[in-house]
Design a protein around this ligand. Structure first.
Ligand SMILES: NC(=O)c1ccc[n+]([C@@H]2O[C@H](COP(=O)([O-])OP(=O)(O)OC[C@H]3O[C@@H](n4cnc5c(N)ncnc54)[C@H](OP(=O)(O)O)[C@@H]3O)[C@@H](O)[C@H]2O)c1
Length: 332
């Protein structure tokens, strides 16, 4: 089905992993494509996978001119610009990202630059072009489940999580502002997916075991880039013409799973700690609505014990504090 026939899409971060997979899917759906990657050495493989009809450009998404240049290329080569998919981003650990108390100033800055400022640059360029054209358009961004569903034991990367959560805020605000102009903004939130970015996590046996219960769908596995393809094509296509400001988690069940194989056996009821204080899903807040606090006492008011009982008779929390890692494992 040619769901993107006649559409010209720019994919920022489309030369490997999730971006390349979605580029192939968009191409199969009939789109004309401009794809941007940062590393020159990855471009030939992307060109070979995508063929001569796709414009594959080198450019750094953290530079403000990269996305405008890609959009101009789309206009020059294909005579139009209809959609942007921003994928570029990655772990900030090499910059110094980590748990808050260990996070360096430079790590914070560089991680936000890569994962948030780059999104600002590309989304702004797309919005400006749609307004200049006087047309509608579509912007799709890539966040992460870590924006709203943390994993303190295995993925303590707080600048990365903050950047990805900020994308949700940007998407909601921009969707609201630009809806009357027919410009849609949506966001995808993947769980752990097998791409070059997540190679270190994939090779960690403890994380692979964790994923068996944290992403229990389809047998309990790490995702494949193709797992997101249908969602990407949908959001970019006219079939999503009535959808904006939404976040779709494509995560194998990560954001609704505890990832603890034996929690019931240990006495845990398998219930999110957010539930008792009514922090349930709010339709006003996508994706992050089910955010679970690190511990119920972080957000819940104290609960009076039943009459006749003393606080000391209350059951202990079924959620043990995670072991502290001086050096957390690698991030997705
Ligand atoms: N894999 C996961 O488990 C996972 C989970 C949640 C979210 N994500 C998100 O998915 C995105 C990464 O995709 P991926 O997992 O497929 O990783 P990937 O294989 O490393 O692909 C990243 C793509 O983005 C490009 N890119 C990265 N930084 C760029 C920059 N500054 N300027 C231009 N292009 C840039 C890369 O190009 P080069 O190869 O040339 O650098 C590549 O084409 C990130 O936004 C990440 O936060 C991934």
């Amino acid at each position: 089905m040619w769901r993107l026939a006649g559409q010209t899409i720019v994919i920022v971060g489309g030369t490997s992993g999730l971006g390349l997979s979605s580029a192939l899917a968009c191409q199969a759906a009939g789109a004309r494509l401009v794809v941007v990657g940062r590393d020159d050495s990855h471009l030939p493989a992307a060109r070979s996978a995508l063929g001569p009809d796709v414009r594959v450009l080198a450019g750094d998404a953290t530079e403000p001119d990269t996305a405008p240049h890609a959009i101009r290329t789309a206009l020059d080569a294909f005579g139009g610009f209809h959609g942007l998919y921003h994928v570029a981003g990655g772990s900030g650990r090499r910059f110094g990202d980590g748990p808050l108390h260990e996070l360096s100033d430079a790590g914070w800055e560089a991680t936000l630059q890569l994962n948030l400022t780059s999104v600002f640059y590309s989304n702004r360029a797309a919005a400006r072009q749609f307004l200049a054209q006087g047309t509608g358009g579509v912007v799709l961004n890539l966040a992460s489940v870590l924006a709203f569903s943390p994993s303190p034991e295995h993925f303590a990367s707080h600048a990365y999580a903050a950047a990805k959560a900020a994308i949700l805020g940007l998407v909601r605000s921009a969707a609201s502002f630009y809806a009357p102009r027919q410009i849609r903004f949506n966001v995808l939130a993947p769980g752990l997916i097998a791409t070059p970015m997540s190679e270190r996590a994939q090779s960690d046996a403890v994380i692979r075991q964790f994923i068996r219960t944290k992403q229990p769908l389809d047998g309990g596995r790490i995702g494949q880039p193709t797992d997101l393809d249908a969602a990407v094509v949908f959001f970019l296509s006219d079939e999503a013409r009535f959808v904006t400001g939404q976040c779709l988690a494509v995560d194998g069940g990560w954001s609704v799973s505890e990832g603890r194989e034996n929690s019931r056996a240990r006495g845990g009821a398998g219930v999110s700690p957010a539930a008792p204080c009514g922090a349930g899903v709010s339709p006003a807040v996508p994706c992050g609505a089910g955010v679970s606090p690190a511990h119920p006492s972080d957000v819940c008011p104290p609960v009076d014990p039943p009459s006749g009982s003393s606080p000391s008779s209350l059951p202990a929390s079924p959620l043990p504090h995670p072991p502290r890692h001086s050096s957390p494992p690698p991030l997705p």
